[in-house]
Design a protein around this ligand. Structure first.
Ligand SMILES: Nc1ncnc2c1ncn2[C@@H]1O[C@H](COP(=O)(O)OP(=O)(O)OP(=O)(O)O)[C@@H](O)[C@H]1O
Ligand SMILES: [Mg+2]
Length: 383
């Protein structure tokens, strides 16, 4: 916007008011204030603002830079003289018009002032809020760092625990194998003939030994999984092949209970990028449980499909004893066994699902379980 050069004629009360308003109006340059009285109120104000003061019209009326004259004397003869003498390029507003324009300008300036102060307020509040947020942010970062330190310590403790567990169970393995061997030697008669009662006792020792070795191996496996002390090489794995291997592995124990294991596999190979050996272990835990917790002469169904989100899902369904609803959240805990399971099958150490859970963690697999007491259980493995 171009600057308008203005002259005010008459510096009494009206002129003074005009001047005051124009001083706060943007894009306006007051070039002259004209009045015969050098002590008029407006003249004083003009001088304070270093505006040229003139006493006579002739002193500025021929200045071609003046765009607009505000006449505020209220005297018609002054207006007439101005109309006659002014250059054609200069506009002239008489007293009446000047009053209207200035009351409008005044309101405009008032609105502007309010807007400015509102804006300043807003800016101040934004600065205050930003400072508050920055303070909060620093506090949060400090808390985050503290939590991370705690988490790191926790991780180190867990690793230490796992290393310790691996070490001790490992040390148990050798003496146990030795006991096992001695028991076999005794049973095979190399330590002399055995009375029937002694043989029965030694056979019991052998069974206990076998169960304990299993527990030791499971604990070792679990500790290794927790310590992430395993090489995990992911490759394209044919899930149907893994499922068939697992079924094969439990064929004897299933047949012993006359359980029919049905596999519903898709025609084409179902491929997933995972660690085949660990997936086998995970599925083995689930099928072992299905066989273990099913009454004889039943069936177990294994289904495989691709879910809508692209995940491969393997479901193992049995019609066995089921899991009490209250225990569904506990079955992945180490050494947890449900009462109905202990009654149905006293042997077991409650480590199978803990191992399966750790493997699932490592391989980004989720295991979901649905179960109804005395109706059966289904585990869905999403890969
Ligand atoms: N298919 C199933 N049917 C019924 N209960 C089950 C089934 N699978 C798991 N459970 C419950 O979850 C518990 C934990 O299972 P997990 O495999 O960890 O231990 P376990 O079978 O008791 O012993 P092991 O360590 O020898 O496998 C079981 O004791 C049982 O209560
Ligand atoms: Mg089990």
């Amino acid at each position: 916007m171009e600057t308008a050069n203005i002259a005010i004629v008459g510096a009494g009360k009206g002129g003074y008011e005009c001047l005051k308003v124009l001083l706060t109006t943007p894009n306006v340059l007051i070039k002259y204030v004209c009045d015969i009285d050098p002590n008029a109120k407006g003249v004083m104000l003009a001088k304070q603002h270093k505006i040229s003061y003139v006493a006579r019209l002739s002193e500025f009326i021929h200045d071609p830079e003046v765009d607009l004259i505000f006449e505020s004397t209220g005297r018609p003869e002054v207006f007439e003289e101005l109309s006659r003498a002014k250059l054609p390029t200069t506009s002239l507003v008489g007293s009446g018009g000047t009053r209207v324009i200035f009351s409008l300008l005044d309101s405009y300036n008032e609105v502007n002032r309010s807007l400015r102060s509102y804006k300043m307020n807003l800016e101040r509040r934004i600065i205050e809020r930003t400072e508050e947020l920055e303070k909060l942010n620093t506090e949060l970062s400090k808390e985050k760092a503290a939590t991370e330190r705690l988490y790191e310590q926790q991780r180190e403790i867990n690793e230490e625990k796992s290393r310790y567990l691996i070490h001790t169970t490992h040390q148990l393995k050798a003496p146990f194998a030795a006991i096992h061997n001695y028991v076999d030697i005794i049973l095979d008669g190399y330590a002399g003939p055995l009375a029937q009662e002694t043989r029965d006792l030694v056979l019991k020792i052998k069974t206990r030994c076998e169960l304990l070795s299993e527990t030791i191996l499971d604990m070792l496996e679990l500790a290794r999984l927790k310590a992430q002390d395993l090489e995990l090489v992911r490759e394209d794995v044919d899930l149907c092949a893994v499922v068939n291997d697992v079924v094969e592995r439990f064929a004897v124990s299933a047949a012993a209970k006359r359980l029919l294991v049905r596999v519903d596999a898709p025609k084409e190979p179902l491929i997933a990028r995972t660690v085949g050996k660990r997936l086998f272990e995970l599925l083995a835990v689930l099928l072992e449980n299905a066989v273990k917790y099913s009454p004889p002469d039943g069936s177990i169904e294994i289904a495989m499909k691709v879910a809508s989100d692209g995940k491969r899902v393997i479901s193992i369904m049995d019609h066995g004893i089921g899991i009490p609803e209250a225990n569904l959240g506990k079955i992945f805990r180490e050494f947890f066994r449900s009462n109905n399971a202990v009654r149905f099958e006293p042997n077991g150490n409650g480590l199978g699902l803990a191992i399966a859970g750790e493997i699932a963690n490592l391989l980004d697999i989720t295991i979901e379980v649905e179960s109804e007491l005395e109706k059966g259980t289904t585990f869905h493995v999403r890969i």
